[in-house]
Design a protein around this ligand. Structure first.
Ligand code: F6P
Length: 512
């Protein structure tokens, strides 16, 4: 049943009316076990949800909503490999990429074996490159999911990265990016990874062709040693002259592809065992999502909170604040994950929806954000739920830093909640501003895998309740088509039939 037609939705609307006077400070004063009731341990991640505009009654109604919209059945359909990506007629099985070998009976045993038959040579290759002292620079050319996942993970796991290898990520069609990277490279020391699920994406194809041309002009000859394609479309790579390839399958969405061959830069960076640990952490979260009762299931609790905020309290954005500089690309990664998955205005059958879906995600690492936009979070006119991510143990031994960092993240969550109401005017902080606190013991491949899988599944949960297909991205197509037309016009100067603004801009940017 569509979520807004369920009895639980109606009950939540009434509940939200009562919630207008909800105040976190009062809630904590009245409800002593609030922290326990609204905390959840999941594999490698502890979540404190207690500073959110929610309570036990809200959660109970949200669980009812999940039941009435068939969340568990939808989740189980994904894990059975059914084609739940209905607009593309595909299964959604990124989770299979982290499933241990030989652990599934029945129809999924065959694709699972293919996963491992692909993973093993990929990890073997990664080890070969690690041992190859001549290769000092690995350049990943890809965009969207073929860039953000590996880039985020290589940065996050910088303490595990092999010394003596540099990693570069080139995504933008803006030649300034590739040109700047190429300037520092030598052909004999460079490995280019051309990462594209479809091997048609214009940015990646343009960068790959330029990298190949540069390689040849610089005297490089052994393309099979210096260029590798990571793609589901091996034939298209071969057409470009790239014959060293690692494949994956159409049932892996681009923004869910970190765990596939797209993860090769991560495997080169942290090694085969590190990559297996990343997969194992994600698998542990998969098991939690599959098996934990809805009430004690962290992706479910987070995804339902997202629905509550978006549809009942009208909070339209979420700020991501990782208090760890190595997690600095996590906000960008989550932006694609949430907004490309759930930024949909129609249901799975193409019918327009009368309620909101994806929030806007944004953020920067703490404490930097505190000195930039936290002003708005504390005293602005809009309420923006914040998601803090903190890591208990540092990997450096610099005195004072980590204690200061952790003190700040706790203090910010506290300040948002408590405010400062004994002062007026400019010094008044209203408080009662919501936040979630995710705590990780140590930032390792395993815990990162769990954290990212947690986010994947929470996006699944809200998308499922909203009744949308979280696994297509038709909204990116129009711009691609129009860019082709404008590109041709830019070269020819033909503005016939264009709207006046685009015509004027086109004339304005044309080279004399
Ligand atoms: O255009 C959007 C998109 O398809 C994303 O979903 C994807 O992650 C990105 O482009 C890159 O696609 P590909 O890996 O096929 O080059």
């Amino acid at each position: 049943m569509r979520c807004d037609q369920t009895p639980a939705w109606t009950a939540l609307q009434a509940h939200a009316d009562n919630f207008k006077s909800f105040d976190l400070r009062t809630a904590f004063a009245q409800d002593v076990p609030r922290v326990q009731a609204l905390s959840q341990q999941a594999p490698h991640v502890l979540a404190d949800l207690s500073k959110n505009h929610t309570d036990v009654a809200t959660e109970a109604l949200l669980i009812e909503l999940a039941r009435q919209t068939g969340l568990a059945a939808h989740r189980d359909a994904m894990f059975r490999g059914e084609p739940i990506n209905n607009t593309e007629g595909r299964a959604v099985m990124h989770w299979l990429l982290r499933q241990p070998e030989g652990s599934l009976p029945g129809e999924l045993a065959v694709p699972l074996q293919q996963v491992h038959d692909t993973l093993k040579p990929m990890l073997h290759y990664a080890e070969q490159i690690r041992a190859d002292a001549q290769i000092t620079d690995v350049v990943n050319i890809g965009i969207g999911g073929s860039d953000l996942g590996p880039q985020m993970a290589v940065l996050a796991l910088q303490d595990f990265v092999l010394a003596g290898k540099r990693f570069h990520f080139v995504s933008n069609v803006d030649g300034h990016e590739l040109a700047a990277v190429l300037r520092g490279l030598k052909t004999e020391n460079t490995l280019f990874l051309i990462a594209s699920k479809t091997f048609t994406t214009i940015e990646t194809m343009t960068n790959a062709r330029s990298a190949l041309a540069w390689f040849k002009v610089q005297g490089g000859s052994d393309v099979s040693r210096h260029f590798v394609a990571l793609t589901t479309h091996v034939a298209a790579a071969a057409e470009m002259g790239i014959t060293t390839t690692f494949g994956f399958w159409d049932w892996v969405g681009g923004r869910y592809s970190l765990w596939s061959a797209i993860g090769l830069p991560v495997a080169i960076a942290i090694g085969a065992q590190g990559f297996r640990d990343l997969l194992a952490g994600a698998h542990a979260m998969d098991q939690h999502f599959r098996a934990a009762p809805l009430e004690a299931n962290l992706p479910v609790r987070l995804g339902l909170l997202d629905v509550w905020y978006r549809n009942f309290l009208n909070y339209t954005s979420r700020s991501i604040a990782p208090y760890h500089s190595a997690l600095r690309r996590v906000p960008a990664y989550l932006q694609q994950l949430e907004m490309e998955s759930n930024g949909k205005r129609v249901d799975r059958h193409g019918l327009a929806l009368p309620y909101g879906t994806s929030p806007v995600l944004w953020g920067e690492p703490g404490t930097n954000g505190q000195h930039a936009y936290f002003q708005m979070l504390h005293q602005g006119t809009d309420v923006v739920p914040v998601e803090f991510i903190a890591v208990k143990k540092p990997t450096h031994s610099l005195k004072d830093h980590h204690e200061l960092l952790l003190a700040n993240v706790i203090a910010q969550a506290q300040a948002l909640m408590l405010g400062q109401t004994d002062e007026g005017g400019h010094k008044h902080f209203p408080g009662n501003r919501p936040s979630t606190f995710l705590l990780i013991d140590e930032l390792t491949p395993t815990s990162l895998g769990a954290l990212i899988a947690l986010q994947e599944h929470r996006v699944f949960v809200s998308g499922s309740v909203w009744g949308i297909n979280s696994f297509d991205q038709w909204g990116v197509e129009l711009g691609k088509v129009l860019a082709k037309d404008i590109h041709a016009r830019l070269l020819s100067g033909d503005t016939a039939g264009l709207d006046a603004s685009s015509a004027a801009l086109l004339q304005g940017v044309r080279q004399d």
